[in-house]
Design a protein around this ligand. Structure first.
Ligand SMILES: Nc1ncnc2c1ncn2[C@@H]1O[C@H](COP(=O)(O)OP(=O)(O)OP(=O)(O)O)[C@@H](O)[C@H]1O
Ligand SMILES: [Mg+2]
Length: 391
């Protein structure tokens, strides 16, 4: 397939469904030319001196990029790797590829994860994982929650703050007055960025002080949510939905995992903060599969797929939940990660490892899901089931 050829959106969509499948323009019977696209921490524009220490936590390292490249080379493909920056079109013009393996979190801008996909769309180059609209929506937690709300999917009540003196909406004010805490986080971050001990607030003065700090520190809107007391679980999948909305045969759920709070010292905050996720990563333990009643696990998987569907995601995602201990473990959707970490120690990778997959197999499965969407059929040792590469 030529890199300048626009993808051909299917014209046979069922009413109300989304264009998740696209017909490819050929069936390469050869190794694919692949560009792994990344954003490295060391290439980030310099932050001002007052930036919080967690500000760059989403960005990648060259070791991880090498892992992605090696996993794809193990499938027999010809792999190069490029920084997903403003000169990407020039690089791809000089070095045409069949498909990109996109891991770009983006450096700045309110839709930063959607920027590289937008460039690739403009150039007509296929790529792995979700497309522009899905990445723009899912990076924005408040916007995602509006979509979930529209579809009647359970997510904590919330308010988006653009100024610290914004009036607090009655339903959240009533919660505080009833002695029920609220939770504060940046609206467009991941990896626990901006989630610290002070994120939990019990009175309006603390709420306003925290919102004011967050607005200044992270330069983006702030999400205030009802605090769901409960268990933290996450559920990941690879694969896609068919045009009629049913799961494709290759769609695969990984075992649900749960944060094990018993390993942390007494007094540790009862939520998955940056300190737990990053600073204490070495003592982190996930229970995988999570010890859940079958009907709760089934509901978590159902809600994961519904979230994936209504947000228009492709190839891979991980949905984070809190199970409400005050409401029969009702799963409450916190967010969907449409570009979930797939480094050797990422949560999704740990779920895959718990099921006996290798790290390489996870990377390959994401790639193969995208290849399948192009309508390309690869043969022989490039088939997913023959990917016995060691991690
Ligand atoms: N409304 C809430 N009620 C209770 N706990 C919450 C709430 N929102 C977030 N948390 C806690 O904070 C953690 C991180 O929240 P969230 O998943 O929104 O942040 P993130 O930084 O995007 O995460 P990730 O590391 O998955 O990218 C959750 O796992 C949970 O422990
Ligand atoms: Mg999360």
């Amino acid at each position: 397939m030529s890199t300048s050829e626009p993808s051909d959106s299917s014209s046979t969509l069922a009413p109300g469904s989304r264009p998740v499948w696209e017909r490819g323009a050929g069936e390469p019977d050869r190794p694919l030319r692949v560009a792994v696209l990344y954003n490295l921490k060391e290439n980030a524009p310099s932050l001002n001196g007052s930036a919080p220490k967690d500000a760059l936590a989403e960005l990648d390292s060259m070791t991880n990029v090498q892992d992605y490249c090696n996993a794809l080379r193990a499938l027999g493909h010809a792999v190069v790797a490029f920084e997903g920056g403003a000169d990407l079109p020039r690089r791809l013009s000089a070095h045409p590829v069949d498909i990109c393996f996109n891991t770009c979190e983006g450096f700045r801008g309110d839709s930063r994860e959607a920027q590289v996909p937008a460039l690739l769309e403009m150039m007509g180059v296929p790529y792995t994982a979700s497309r522009v609209m899905a990445l723009a929506i899912t990076l924005d937690k408040a916007m995602t929650k509006r979509v979930l709300h529209y579809y009647g999917l359970p997510t904590p009540a919330f308010q988006e703050f653009f100024a610290a003196d914004q009036p607090l909406e009655p339903r959240l004010a009533e919660r505080l007055a009833a002695g029920r805490p609220l939770f504060i986080k940046p609206n467009r971050e991941g990896t626990g960025i901006g989630i610290h001990r002070d994120s939990l607030v019990r009175d309006e003065a603390s709420l306003r002080a925290r919102v004011a700090y967050m607005l200044k520190a992270y330069h983006e809107s702030v999400l205030v949510e009802e605090y769901v007391e409960g268990r933290d679980v996450t559920c990941g999948l690879v694969g896609n939905l068919r045009p009629d909305g049913t799961p494709d045969d290759d769609l695969h759920f990984f075992p649900i995992s749960e944060v094990d709070y018993s390993v942390y010292p007494p007094g540790t905050e009862p939520f998955y903060s940056y300190e737990l996720k990053v600073d204490l990563a070495d003592s982190y333990r996930n229970l995988c599969p999570a010890p859940l009643p079958d009907h709760i696990a089934a509901e978590v998987r159902r809600l994961t797929l519904e979230t994936f569907r209504v947000c228009g995601c492709l190839d891979v995602a991980r949905v984070d939940f809190r199970l409400d201990v005050n409401n029969h473990l009702q799963p409450m959707i916190l967010e969907i990660n449409a570009l979930p970490g797939i480094t050797s120690i990422s949560d999704l990778t740990l779920c895959a490892l718990a099921e006996g997959w290798t790290h390489y197999q996870l990377v390959q499965a994401v790639f193969n899901a995208a290849v399948k969407r192009q309508g390309w059929r690869l043969t022989g040792d490039r088939q997913p089931q023959a990917l016995g590469a060691a991690a």
